[in-house]
Design a protein around this ligand. Structure first.
Ligand code: FES
Length: 151
């Protein structure tokens, strides 16, 4: 006897289509779940803790102009001013010079100019110079012994 209507191992085209549909849904769902869960993990792994500021101590007395040219910064500590700015040009990174007679910071490479506060005056540089925090160290009598620049 041969029963042609019962085919236990063969799937009908409708059953195969349903199986394909469910398999695709499962694949897409797995991909979506992996994205949802992996994205925060990858963000966490890629997270960087900002480095601690480098502290540079400049002992007093400063020159009469009140300007000190460090390796990476200018410190201006006059009677009416206390500031520090980067010594790296924001155009292409040349080391800047302070023109004491003109009271400007000038780049020797392409002549960008900045104020002692780091504001751009002219030249190809488009950004102001980064400013740094400065703290004052005093002795027990209130006399300034050093300036600390937070790079
Ligand atoms: S690098 Fe300073 S102006 Fe170009």
């Amino acid at each position: 006897m041969h029963d042609s209507t019962v085919r236990p191992n063969k799937k009908t085209p409708q059953q195969q289509s349903r199986r394909t549909f469910l398999t695709r849904w499962l694949q897409w769902g797995t991909a979506l779940a992996a994205t949802v869960f992996l994205y925060p993990l990858l963000r966490f792994v890629g997270h960087r803790i900002p480095p601690k500021p480098r502290l540079v101590e400049v002992p007093t007395p400063l020159p009469l102009s009140g300007a000190h040219a460090g390796q990476d910064f200018f410190l201006f500590a006059g009677t009416d001013r206390l500031s520090a700015v980067s010594r790296v040009c924001t155009h292409l990174g040349c080391r800047l010079n302070f023109q004491e007679d003109k009271q400007i910071i000038e780049c020797p490479c392409h002549q960008s100019r900045f104020t002692p506060d780091g504001m751009r005056i002219s030249g190809p540089a488009q950004k102001n110079l980064p400013q740094y925090e400065v703290t004052v160290k005093e002795d027990g009598e209130g006399k300034v012994t050093a300036y600390v620049v937070h790079l």
